[in-house]
Design a protein around this ligand. Structure first.
Ligand SMILES: C[S@@+](CC[C@H](N)C(=O)[O-])C[C@H]1O[C@@H](n2cnc3c(N)ncnc32)[C@H](O)[C@@H]1O
Length: 506
């Protein structure tokens, strides 16, 4: 028997000299340690950044993550006391607990046979641990009433996990601390380790669900995500057939929009993973409250930042910051570096400023503290108000020429950008990490400035369905102004705004 309430004496000792908030955190951690069991967590991550995410998992949880053949997913084992830390990782979009993984699932050849297999599978799966983790997860995530959900789209219904529509929750971790009392009460009432043997089927199911016979059944939906061309069924077929069997087994009620449990069926060729979702909304919108037309996912911004390997006291500049996704993510994780962000668009600058204010309010006692190591300025990237050789890292998400700017303008903008970035970047040590989908134009511009930049590597990513590249460049040791490639005058197509520049953080 596991008595969660038994941590009181330990708590009194551990709480000595702590503030109320620290006390709550320690208390939550103690409770989670007591609910200790090993489980496999699956996570969706920005496609292309699987290895970066695995690196973060290793660094922060000391767990080795497996990168799935199914791009955009990683898996790792943790003990449940680490569940809160998993929610705090910066590379992960959606989380789920794995019920069962099949590396080489043998699909039958006809639709009818596959249907029977799905139906049998639900009753065979080891649901208990995963459902316990789901319950623990619910306990640590505040459920202030049911969250708003958008109507399921067609792709939702046929199970494309990655294409769920808009979310509005700013910070999961913020909420996690709030429900400590609720967790304590639940923990006191429950013994999660006891599994009665030889129970009747009805009792066994009720036990799994922590539900009294006769109580209102849980609502659920099955989301199937399928990739591979050798299947004789669609993701819709699989979700329907497997969903029917889950419903029958648990006696849950199917509900596409107001579900309590989301069962995931991920199929990639012969790899099948059944899981239970632990996030209702993706964790990628954590820092942004004021969105723009091309706001970057925080998880992708984090992946790009990791490629820069920020060091203490580095000056890191995002010269085309838009709503500030990159510098905001940077400043939350690397507080010993200094971030400078700018954009030539006044609306973008004020959105970034509002996002900074919102974060300050949330994290620094109503915004009254001295703030974050981040300044925001309105400027033209092609004519930066900065000294030469003063920047350690340039990191930015360039206009793709689709929703932002135009391909035609990029032919002029990109070479000017690379030249001006090379001027402000420290020769020999400076780095640039640049995201663009306009690869042809970028590579041409790079070839025009090859004396100033050396391409180290490229990470291919998926940005809203577009195949884009994150180009990692190193500044050569050549001093700016000494070779022909940097002789061109900075272009002023967007107008130099030097005269009207003001520090927007004021
Ligand atoms: C792809 S968006 C960046 C989006 C940003 N990462 C975000 O999360 O919102 C590119 C940005 O470059 C800015 N931009 C375009 N030309 C510029 C220039 N010459 N100087 C400064 N910013 C520029 C645009 O105003 C736009 O905000």
């Amino acid at each position: 028997m596991l008595a969660v309430g038994g941590s009181n004496a330990l708590c009194q000792f551990a709480f000595h000299g702590l503030t109320k908030q620290e006390e709550r955190r320690v208390h939550l951690e103690l409770i989670m340690q007591e609910l200790d069991q090993t489980v496999t967590i699956g996570a969706t991550v920005p496609t292309g950044f699987e290895h970066t995410a695995a690196e973060e998992v290793q660094e922060k949880l000391e767990a080795t993550a497996r990168v799935s053949k199914n791009r955009g997913r990683i898996y790792f084992d943790i003990t449940t006391d680490k569940l809160l830390k998993v929610h705090q990782l910066k590379s992960l979009d959606n989380l789920f607990v794995v019920v069962k993984e099949y590396d080489d699932y043998q699909f039958k050849t006809t639709k009818e046979e596959v249907q029977i297999d799905w139906q049998e599978l639900a009753a065979k799966l080891p649901w208990t641990n995963a459902l316990e983790v789901w319950k623990l997860n619910n306990s640590i995530k505040k459920k202030k009433g049911r969250r708003k959900r958008t109507k399921p789209t067609k792709s939702d219904q046929c199970g494309n996990v990655g294409t769920k529509s808009t979310d509005t929750v700013p910070s999961d971790t913020e909420e996690l601390w709030e429900d400590l009392e609720a967790l304590e009460v639940k923990g006191n009432q429950r013994d999660v380790s006891s599994q009665p043997e030889n129970d009747s089927e009805e009792e066994k199911r009720s036990e799994i669900q922590d539900q009294e016979p006769g109580e209102t059944p849980l609502k659920f939906r099955v989301t199937c995500n399928r990739a591979g061309d050798k299947h004789c069924f669609t993701s819709n077929d699989a979700a329907r057939d497997f969903g029917g069997a889950v419903q029958e087994f648990f006696q849950w009620k199917a509900d596409m929009t107001k579900f309590d449990v989301e069962v995931l069926l991920n199929i990639h060729n012969n790899e099948v993973v059944v899981g239970i979702a632990l996030t209702v909304e993706s964790l990628h919108r954590r820092n942004i409250t004021h969105f723009g037309p091309t706001t970057l996912r925080s998880t992708l911004a984090y992946g790009m930042l990791r490629l820069c390997k920020p060091q203490v006291s580095d000056v890191i500049v995002d010269p085309m910051c838009g709503t500030g996704a990159i510098p905001l993510e940077g400043v939350m994780e690397w507080q010993n570096s200094f971030f400078l962000a700018g954009d030539n668009n006044g609306t973008a600058v004020s959105r970034t400023r509002s996002n900074i204010k919102h974060i300050l309010k949330r994290t620094h006692d109503g915004g009254s503290s001295s703030g974050l190591p981040l300044d925001i300025v309105q400027w033209d990237l092609c004519n930066l108000p900065m000294r030469s050789s003063s920047v350690d890292v340039i990191i930015t998400d360039m206009p793709f020429g689709k929703r932002m700017g135009s391909k035609k303008k990029n032919w002029e903008l990109y070479p000017s950008c690379l030249r001006e970035m090379a001027r402000v970047c420290k020769p020999g040590t400076g780095k640039a990490v640049l995201l663009t989908q306009d690869k042809k134009c970028f590579l041409k511009a790079l070839s025009q400035t090859e004396g100033l930049w050396r391409k180290l590597h490229t990470v291919w990513v998926n940005v809203g369905g577009l195949h884009a590249g994150v180009f990692v460049l190193k500044r050569t040791a050549v001093v700016f102004g000494t070779i022909s490639e940097d002789a061109m005058e900075p272009h002023t197509a967007t107008g130099s705004q030097k005269g009207s520049m003001k520090d927007a953080s004021e």
